[in-house]
Design a protein around this ligand. Sequence first.
Ligand code: AFP
Length: 340
Amino acid sequence: MDHAADAFRTDLMTITRFVLNEQSKHPESRGDFSILLSHIVLGCKFVCAAVNKAGLAKLIGLAGETNVQGEEQKKLDVLSNEVFVKALVSSGRTCILVSEEDEEAIFVEPSKRGKYCVVFDPLDGSSNIDCGVSIGTIFGIYMLKDGGESRLEDVLQPGKNMLAAGYCMYGSSCTLVLSTGSGVNGFTLDPSLGEFILTHPDIKIPKKGKIYSVNEGNAKNWDGPTAKFVEKCKFPKDGSPAKSLRYIGSMVADVHRTLLYGGVFLYPADKKSPNGKLRVLYEVFPMSFLMEQAGGQSFTGKERALDLVPKKIHERSPIFLGSYDDVEEIKALYAAEEKA
Ligand code: AFP
């Protein structure tokens, strides 16, 4: 990409224009999906502004709050959730919402009801807020199964049934990465315009990567295949160079780097957490959807992640996702263990 030329571009592909272009490929479309996405984009802009202000408010004590350790973090979690719930309900296009912040699913009242179900984590990685590390919003969208009454089963669908998934990363810039099922595109918020501009068209993850990303502090509790894979990353026996370790502890940031640079991100099962830590509906599924759409893979240790059928809305699953060849190696290690 020619960045110098880009800085003076006058023909900007905003996310709205991009989504409307996609919509025009489906003449039967009534624009409901585009409206829903525009409300998600609004939520992302709001949270981005709030995240940016949070640090400043703390620094100069503007928030009108006492500067108690952790208070800002809690507030931002709750605020982000409120913003997304309100933005989604007011779109008039949703029927069920599942948020990481709410124990129960939200069933939208009939007068505001639409046909889409949205699962989301409004502010993932929130333990990183206080030190200014990148955090993000993750979302996935399903269609109501049979168009009738909405039921919990409508959000307990395998990830492969998602119509779209994405995340917004609040980092050194605000980046929204989206897939509506035909590739992955990344948009960066131009604060002077207040618009997300297409900056990363058609993202493809490298087939093999040089980075592995995992919380190695859990290593003593890992199962055999995970331990073997990480050992191979550090001490390859085939003459290939060792992989570098990068771990932020904020899934959006770790997955974003993996998507752009290649490699593998894992949050495996361990003896203490047999199902891992990450939540199926609003962490594992959206990120797996994006990985596959970018040419990578996603695996739970047993199956393709997107084939999983969740039984509960806050269910967890182990996850290995990233470059095609790297995940293939992990799959081979699990297959070998099962055979043995
Ligand atoms: P928090 O929202 O509590 O910070 O958790 C973040 C997260 O769900 C995900 O974003 C990270 O990948 C993962 O947890 C990090 O977990 P560990 O701290 O156990 O490594």
